[in-house]
Design a protein around this ligand. Structure first.
Ligand SMILES: *Cc1c(COP(=O)(O)O)cnc(C)c1O
Length: 378
């Protein structure tokens, strides 16, 4: 019996071809022809005003924190059930992450708890689209509008997903995407900043190019470039962009394959959900998703621990997810959680992610389902 790994990075087959083409074109540093193609693809597929490839979603979040002009003591409202980068990007500017609880159905930020957390120091709301399923963006945008706050979407997991027909990352003022090898469309390490509010475009280009106006220089708008603002090196090299281009060309095929595996899990495990053995993911009617993840929720921590062990004995790797940031050492030090966090704590104890990757065999998800059925009877 072969082992079912949790994840394996998928190759479309054209990656090395485009990498050698990038070399033949004579530019391996950033913002060459492949980066431009990837940016254009993102603009076409999301409808954002401008897309800027970055070396990670973490980099895009850091750019967003600079663009939001976060000052020491400014507060940023976000879920606690997320990756460290969501908070870290703002802490690097002296900001204070204010963690609030998630919804029990989608495990996304609970939009009904945002307003109570707003203070005179609040600058931005950062919705995280967990598992590539959208947050309640209409409600979040209305709150931001009412209190004059920025919305920065952490759409790291949401490439190819939509909310009411709008691609994730294109709804807030800024959106951040990831092409890390654990995501759907990959470049090893990679990301993008989507700019939906045009007033941020010029400064974003400067921040990404070490604080210089190099982008304007290359467009012939100025005759020399110089240091004009703070910034860093946030752009990827052309090798990464060439790899990513191969993936973008096949983005629909990748999403469709993942959705087929997701559906296999969903229908194969619905009997267990019906029996109350576990709970399956919930997709709101106005969301389409990208099958970034398939998770199940067990009754409690003890049962999840036993499930992980059981699957492991049957050569299947399944893994839990975030330690809530409000309870992590750095979260305690740099952030605060003003309200009840019981849904977050509960999900963190009970959630298990199942293997889901493009190159799984047809038999793999079936075996995972059968093993979970056997476990529930044990
Ligand atoms: C993966 C991920 C990130 C970080 O993405 P990188 O490209 O690895 O920097 C940030 N936020 C969330 C929610 C993620 O899933």
């Amino acid at each position: 019996m072969s082992r079912v790994s949790f994840n394996k990075p998928h190759l479309t087959g054209k990656e090395l071809h485009y990498i050698s083409e990038a070399h033949a074109l004579g530019q391996l540093s950033g913002d060459g022809p492949f980066t431009k193609r990837c940016n254009a693809w993102l603009e076409q597929h999301t409808g954002c005003r401008e897309a800027l490839l970055t070396h990670s979603c973490t980099a895009a979040l850091e750019m967003a924190a600079i663009l939001a002009d976060i000052q020491p003591g400014d507060e940023i409202i976000m879920p606690s059930y997320t990756f460290s980068s969501t908070a870290n990007a703002f802490v690097l500017r002296g900001g204070v992450p204010v963690f609030i609880d998630i919804r029990p159905d989608t495990l996304n930020i609970d939009e009904t708890k945002i307003e109570a957390a707003i203070t005179s120091r609040t600058k931005a709301i950062v919705p995280v689209h967990y598992a590539g399923v959208s947050c309640e963006m209409d409600a979040i945008m209305a709150i931001a509008d009412k209190h004059d706050l920025l919305v920065i979407e952490d759409a790291a997991q949401g490439v190819g997903s939509e909310y009411k027909g709008k691609p994730l990352g294109s709804i807030g003022h800024l959106g951040c995407l990831s092409f890390h090898e654990t995501k759907n469309i990959i470049a090893g390490e990679g990301g993008a900043l989507l700019i939906n509010d045009a007033r941020f475009i010029e400064r974003a280009e400067v921040i990404r190019e070490k604080g210089t106006n190099r982008s304007r220089f290359f467009r012939g708008e100025i005759d020399k470039y110089t240091w004009v603002d703070i910034g860093s090196s946030y752009l990827p090299g052309e090798i990464v962009a060439a790899f990513l281009w191969a993936q973008m060309e096949d983005a629909k095929g990748i999403t469709d394959r993942r959705l087929a595996i997701w559906e296999t899990y969903h229908s194969g495990l619905s009997g267990l959900e019906h029996d109350g053995a576990l709970r399956l993911p919930f997709i709101p009617a106005d969301c389409t998703h990208n099958a970034h993840m398939f998770y199940v929720l067990f009754a409690d921590l003890d049962e999840r621990t036993r499930a992980i062990e059981f699957l492991k004995r049957h050569e299947i790797t399944a893994v839990f997810h975030y330690i809530p940031l409000h309870s992590a050492p750095a979260g305690v030090r740099f952030g605060r959680a003003p309200g009840d966090m019981s849904v977050t704590n509960d999900a963190s104890d009970r959630l298990l992610r199942l293997p889901l990757y493009y190159d799984m065999s047809e038999a793999d998800p079936r075996r995972v389902i059968e093993t979970l059925v056997t476990f529930s009877r044990s």
